[in-house]
Design a protein around this ligand. Structure first.
Ligand SMILES: O=P(O)(O)O[C@@H]1[C@@H](OP(=O)(O)O)[C@H](OP(=O)(O)O)[C@H](O)[C@H](OP(=O)(O)O)[C@H]1OP(=O)(O)O
Ligand SMILES: Nc1ncnc2c1ncn2[C@@H]1O[C@H](COP(=O)(O)OP(=O)(O)OP(=O)(O)O)[C@@H](O)[C@H]1O
Ligand SMILES: [Zn+2]
Length: 482
């Protein structure tokens, strides 16, 4: 079985990330109904960390040797496919992970879908990468935004896609004092400054990953509301597989698809509430499902395999690839007696474990969840899914949760991770240096808060809340001027 040019008309653009383009099936072949096709892209600037069609590197083989199946894979793509099944599946729960199946695609098929997708793709994604027409296969995966078997003829399913990013603050002793901000502010929030400076986003996100991972009902609901206000590439909603909120392909700006009235109208098909109340009810439903499923607790455990932070793991990386440590050299540290000597004196297996777990955690920090809901009627048969009762509307819903985008991160990317980390902290700190704190009026001196009660001051120094706000206002100003 191979998909040919004549099949291309049945596949339409669904979305994309940095590395893959997703097509959904619009034809009638039972083999493909309810499926999406994930096809590889290739960077235009030539920086593709995975050398297409080559096998794992010697050092990657060392890294993944305990997952024997991966080593037997003749190509990198097959190893990556096995990684999803055999490494990420057991960690996140096989019921929530679908590695898909590999199918062959002809070059003409890829050329044809490439052309058709062009008008749908965000232009910055087009500039960044193109469909890899050299690749002879693609992944056929269940479309997680819909349910495989309909309960009724006219069935509506609504699904939400959330990219939660890293949900904990690192506490590795290898984090330099100069980077202490990493211990108090999430990577996501810090990264927002750099993204704004690089014009990758038009405003700062209100979302804080610590809320969604908190395990508290109230904070989870807050995080969903924040994602709804500033969705970026972290929040999308699909009605029967079609986007009704957020942007396809990770757009930079809130697009007109995010018309709140249009969204409220789209929800009519699933949420039985008065006009103006449906969005609120839907956001409650999503946060309730996240709270109940407990899946974010499991995800957090996997993310926390990153114990040493990139500032520690990078030293283990140099030992894995048997190169002298550039970082120790730059920092003027002696490899065997300096600050990082405990890492550099590990046996190879110890270094491999650190890097291996760092990369698994990197996958877990970048994946997305898709939560799909459909309404249940009283007469519907017993559900094979979890059922949730929504109190405000009195409706019952089937819901299912899947993880998507569980790609293996290439070993070579460790250097990039280190550089990006430095850049993020540096950008944030530069912004803070140029920001002027608001003046405290004489009458307020010595008191415990500024006039704005929400900005708390302890021991005369502004707390994190204040720092956040300062950066938010500076960036809003910058964004306005740019
Ligand atoms: O480094 P990050 O946190 O910016 O994550 C990258 C993502 O950026 P974002 O979530 O927008 O911040 C980035 O997403 P976008 O392209 O920004 O949508 C990719 O997911 C990238 O992974 P890969 O290169 O495709 O394997 C991601 O790279 P990894 O760090 O997961 O390797
Ligand atoms: N199995 C699926 N079912 C439904 N929609 C999907 C599925 N897989 C991907 N998508 C949609 O396609 C988009 C891009 O897919 P994916 O995240 O796999 O791309 P990627 O290039 O690997 O992403 P990243 O930028 O994180 O590397 C997703 O954001 C999602 O909207
Ligand atoms: Zn070192």
């Amino acid at each position: 079985m191979i998909l040919e040019a004549k099949d291309a008309a049945d596949w339409t653009y669904r979305g994309e990330g940095a590395a893959n383009l997703i097509l959904s099936y619009t034809g009638s072949s039972p083999r493909f109904v309810g499926k999406v096709l994930r096809i590889q892209k290739v960077k235009r600037n030539g920086i593709n960390y995975e050398e297409v069609s080559s096998a794992l590197s010697v050092h990657e083989c060392l890294l993944w040797k305990q997952d024997c199946d991966l080593l037997s894979a003749p190509t990198r793509e097959i190893a990556e496919h096995l990684y999803v099944q055999h490494v990420m599946g057991p960690l996140l729960g096989p019921n929530h992970v679908d590695a898909g199946i590999r199918i062959f695609v002809s070059r003409d098929f890829l050329e044809s879908v490439r052309k058709d997708a062009l008008s749908w793709r965000p232009s910055w994604r087009v500039d960044d990468a193109d469909v890899n027409a050299q690749c002879d296969h693609a992944l056929l995966i269940s479309d997680h935004s819909v349910f495989p078997q309909a309960l009724r003829d006219e069935e509506f399913s609504i699904s939400v896609e959330i990219k939660p990013k890293c949900g904990f603050l690192p506490c590795s002793r290898y984090i330099l004092e100069a980077h202490a901000i990493k211990r108090t502010m999430t990577r996501f929030k810090l990264h927002q400054s750099l993204k704004l400076q690089q014009k990758k986003i038009s405003q700062l996100s209100q979302y804080d990953p610590l809320d969604i991972f908190s395990g508290s009902k109230e904070r989870i609901l807050k995080s969903i509301k924040d994602l709804f206000s500033t969705p970026q590439n972290n929040f999308r909603v699909f009605l029967n597989g079609s986007l009704v909120f957020g942007s396809l392909g990770g757009g930079k700006y809130r697009t007109n698809v995010n018309n709140d009235k249009a969204f409220e109208d789209a929800l009519k098909f699933v949420i039985e509430a008065d006009d103006g109340m449906r969005t609120t009810c839907f956001l409650q439903l999503v946060s309730e499902a996240i709270f109940r499923s407990g899946l974010l607790d499991q995800l957090l455990e996997v993310q926390k395999l990153d114990v040493f932070d990139i500032e520690g793991a990078i030293h283990a990386y140099y030992d894995v690839v048997s190169q002298s440590c550039e970082i120790c050299r730059e920092l003027g540290e002696d490899r065997l007696s300096g600050r990082y000597s405990s890492l550099h004196s590990l046996l190879l297996d110890g270094s491999l474990k650190i890097v291996r777990e760092y990369l698994i955690a990197a996958t877990a920090k970048d994946l997305s969840l898709m939560i799909s809901f459909r309404t249940r009627d009283k007469g519907d048969p017993r559900s094979p899914y979890n059922v949730i009762f929504h109190e405000s509307t009195g409706q019952s819903f089937d819901y299912k949760v899947s993880f998507i985008d569980l790609d293996m991160k290439p070993l070579k990317k460790m250097l990039y991770y280190y550089e990006l980390d430095q850049k993020i902290v540096c950008c944030y700190q530069n912004m803070m240096k140029t920001a002027k704190p608001p003046e405290i009026s004489a009458s307020n001196k010595g008191k415990t808060s500024y006039q704005d009660k929400s900005i708390v001051v302890k021991d005369g120094s502004p707390t994190r809340d204040f720092a956040d706000r300062k950066v938010v206002s500076i960036f809003y100003l910058c964004a306005l001027f740019l």
